[in-house]
Ligand binder design. Structure first.
Ligand SMILES: NC(=O)c1ccc[n+]([C@@H]2O[C@H](COP(=O)([O-])OP(=O)(O)OC[C@H]3O[C@@H](n4cnc5c(N)ncnc54)[C@H](O)[C@@H]3O)[C@@H](O)[C@H]2O)c1
Ligand SMILES: [Zn+2]
Length: 341
């Protein structure tokens, strides 16, 4: 069990079985999930359930209206608990519905994808997307609890597991050489005996960072963006779909290590090391979209969070296992690095 403190209190991340979770849900619980997760696990939960279509398109204002409308029709009150049973899409959508329905009701994160277990269910960020950009309408709204049921990963498609694994490697690259060593010896597999220890370690690392920078104001939380500045640009250029977030992050980590090497921040040889790690995990290290330098640069400039003036801010590795934030990176330096890949 891991405790995460925040300005309004604290919540715990617990590892429990699906059966245990189903038996111990509050009486007045309402589940929001997606159709894939309902097909795999929904029958185990005896409470009112709304399954939205799977995929990022469901993280919309229209779907938020549907979730809140459903809660109202089902008679959910301010003492009800919303359960977000699913991957990060469901966690963000249901979490934001909980933050706003009746000015905020309790909710529980029950993450079922590796990405959601190691990343999105922890930290209290919830949101929906707008056509103008991802996560543009959201809140910091911590859950009552995060209930991690590792057995749900047994039905997660392998490509999704690998995509989530990219985030696990990211924690290793930015802040945990020991985790990195264990992943290098044994990349993540659905039946990895170490999976529980690995997920727990990632949650501890994320907890450490978000406790220090709950509202993303001190810059500490930005270290988690390693691989994401280029990764988000790849997702935007390819239209959010053909390349999964974790795959884009894997490619982005290689590209950002290259930028760091060229700037003299990152130890030479790091790019090759990351490429080797990603190959071990069966993750991509390059894609065609990355060759469209103009489009990638334009997407990075649009991603305002990364901009300070006309320059870009990056979380760069110093070497494997440690990183630092570097503001004021010139776009010309980024472009030169992309061209050298
Ligand atoms: N709030 C945060 O701090 C934060 C952090 C990182 C990412 N995110 C968000 O998370 C989302 C991505 O999360 P994701 O990768 O989990 O995507 P996702 O929720 O779309 O899930 C990926 C796919 O796996 C399926 N799935 C999930 N669990 C399953 C299971 N146990 N069995 C079978 N199928 C299963 C889903 O139906 C979906 O098709 C994005 O919207 C991203 O913005 C949020
Ligand atoms: Zn990510």
């Amino acid at each position: 069990m891991i405790t995460i403190r925040h300005s309004a209190g604290a919540y715990q991340v617990r590892f429990i079985s699906v059966q245990n979770l189903a038996e111990h849900l509050p009486k007045d619980a309402f589940i929001v999930t997606d159709e894939n997760v309902r097909a795999a696990w929904g029958a185990r939960f005896p409470c009112p359930t709304l399954a939205v279509p799977p995929g990022e398109a469901s993280k919309s204002v229209a779907m938020l209206e549907r979730v809140c409308g459903w809660l109202a029709e089902e008679g959910a009150t301010r003492s009800s608990t919303l359960v977000a049973l699913g991957g990060g899409m469901v966690g963000d959508l249901a979490g934001f519905a909980a933050a706003t329905y009746m000015r905020g009701i309790r909710y529980l994160q029950a993450p079922t994808s590796l990405l959601a277990q190691v990343d999105s269910s922890v930290g209290g960020k919830v949101a929906v997307d707008l056509p103008q950009g991802k996560n543009l309408v959201g809140a910091f709204y911590p859950p009552e609890e995060v209930a991690v049921c590792l057995e749900t990963l047994t039905t997660l498609p392998e490509r999704e597991l690998k995509a989530g694994a990219a985030e696990v490697w990211k924690y290793g690259f930015i802040m945990d050489p020991t985790l990195l060593e264990s992943l290098s010896n044994e990349p993540i597999k659905p039946d990895s005996p170490d999976l529980r220890a690995i997920v727990q370690r990632c949650v501890e690392l994320k907890a450490e960072v978000v406790e220090e920078d709950e509202f993303e104001t001190t810059g500490r939380r930005a270290i988690l963006n390693f691989g994401h500045t280029v990764g988000h640009a790849i997702e935007a250029v390819t239209g959010y779909g053909p390349i999964k977030h974790g795959e884009a992050v894997a490619i982005g980590m290689v590209a950002e290590a290259r930028i760091g090497e060229l700037l003299g921040v990152t130890k030479p040889g790091t790019v090759a090391d990351i490429q080797e790690c990603m190959a071990l995990q069966g993750l991509p290290t390059h894609c065609d979209a990355l060759r469209d330098h103009e489009a990638i640069m334009a997407a990075m400039r649009k991603d305002k969070k990364k901009l300070s003036g006309d320059t870009l801010a990056f979380s760069f590795l110093i070497s494997l296992g440690e990183c630092k934030l570097v503001p004021n990176v010139q776009p010309s330096e980024v472009e030169a690095a992309l061209k050298s890949l």
